[in-house]
Design a protein around this ligand. Sequence first.
Ligand code: FAD
Length: 462
Amino acid sequence: MNAQSHDIIVVGQGAAGLAAALAAAQAARGIRVTLVDKASEQEAGGNTRWSPSYMRMASPDRVEPSFVHDMLTATQHQGDEAYFARLAKEAPATVKWIAAQGVTFIQPVYYLAKGPPRIQPEGGGPAVVKQLALAAKAAGVIFRYNCAAQALTSERGRVTGLVVTHDGVQETLEASAVILCSGGFEGDGAAMREHFGEGAQTMRLISPGGKFNTGDGIKMAVALGAALSGDWNGMHAEPVDARSKNSAPVVLVYPYGIVVDKHGQRFFDEGYGLVHETWEWFARGMHFKVPGSIAFAILDSRLLAIQGYERAIRSEVPPVSAGTLAELAKLIGVDADKLAATVAVYNAACTGDPNTFDATRCDGLAASHTLQPPKSNWARTIQEPPFLAYPLVGAVAYTFGGLATDASARVLRDGLAIPGLYAAGEITGHFYATAPNAVSVLRAFVFGRIAGLEAVSFLQGL
Ligand SMILES: Cc1cc2nc3c(=O)[nH]c(=O)nc-3n(C[C@H](O)[C@H](O)[C@H](O)COP(=O)(O)OP(=O)(O)OC[C@H]3O[C@@H](n4cnc5c(N)ncnc54)[C@H](O)[C@@H]3O)c2cc1C
């Protein structure tokens, strides 16, 4: 083992790590900033590289006035108000700073229904990773790929460096500060099983980037006594086309039809709320509770008449299509008699005026109360051939359990900051119950930047 001196080491080249490294390098030219990523240069970027990176802002210079309140509601009041208040406060300045690095922000058209307002970097996550990596290199950040962080070193409780394996060779890199941005643990099957129960290890990763996020940074910090935060039984998951080979082939038109298991039975209220309000627990429930962990969205040809319906389907594989429900059932391997019975019961309960159907909002077109499970919106009969089906499985995007950090991105131990240790992005906890929509990338940028600036101040104060 040999030791090399680095002032600040950032672990992970996603949104959080890039923001941290760039902010640190720009803040103090004399400070040596190194970013290590366990993936190759082509694959580094974690989930960020595969994410459209919607960010919950009303416009690039403004978050909704209700932002903090909304975060506390999403976390069922278990979230840290100071953390979310700092996020809201710093978001506009952070977006302005990212834009100054050559990233353009747009206001995207979302799936079909309106959700909270959002902005998006043009070109999504891939563009952000490319542009911020370029800016960081220009600012003097040294990048080391195929370089996996394994352990933190410390003296008298203060971080002194990082043990890495670089191209198979173990090294100890000395540093005055380390910023952990290595994502959650969705890529570690054993940890998934430990926290979510048997079967979690087989859950599909929604993007190839998730396989690198194996909770390494969390374990490294915990070995130094770091405190934990976030919901360890929480993950963000979405329903994807079981047949697709694409990244994130989400199918988000299920609210407009019904969803059945392989026995042809419905098992939840597909129209309970807007799609981003139901996708997480639908995807989780499908994986853990539905026989074979697979379900089928059943629709009819009226789907194709919904304006812009293609936006809500990110699979490259067309739906299974048939002239009759019996043929459709045969093609997807579902019991034909049971599917026919389920659709008949559902159709009979669709007693509302179909002219009030509106895919863009909760339209109140509920099925009659006798239907079990209920269908609270978009209850329109399935009767116009061709009949369509999408086989769906639940796929995990990211986990919620992580490190406890304060509003200055410092990693906490017994309520106090661990000197020289910072963390940002998915690796930090802070999310509980359900993923607040379009906040993960935003908080990675904001707290990544804060971590970079804080680490520089820490070094300057030594
Ligand atoms: C398909 C998809 C769509 C999404 N859409 C949105 C969206 O629209 N809006 C939103 O807010 N969020 C979205 N998310 C979530 C969001 O993209 C991520 O939570 C966020 O980008 C995480 O950023 P990060 O920097 O914390 O981690 P990541 O981007 O995952 O980066 C982690 C990096 O750490 C590296 N790493 C891991 N372990 C080590 C180690 N031991 N040593 C060195 N390097 C290591 C990895 O290789 C990776 O490059 C989406 C996620 C996915 C997968």
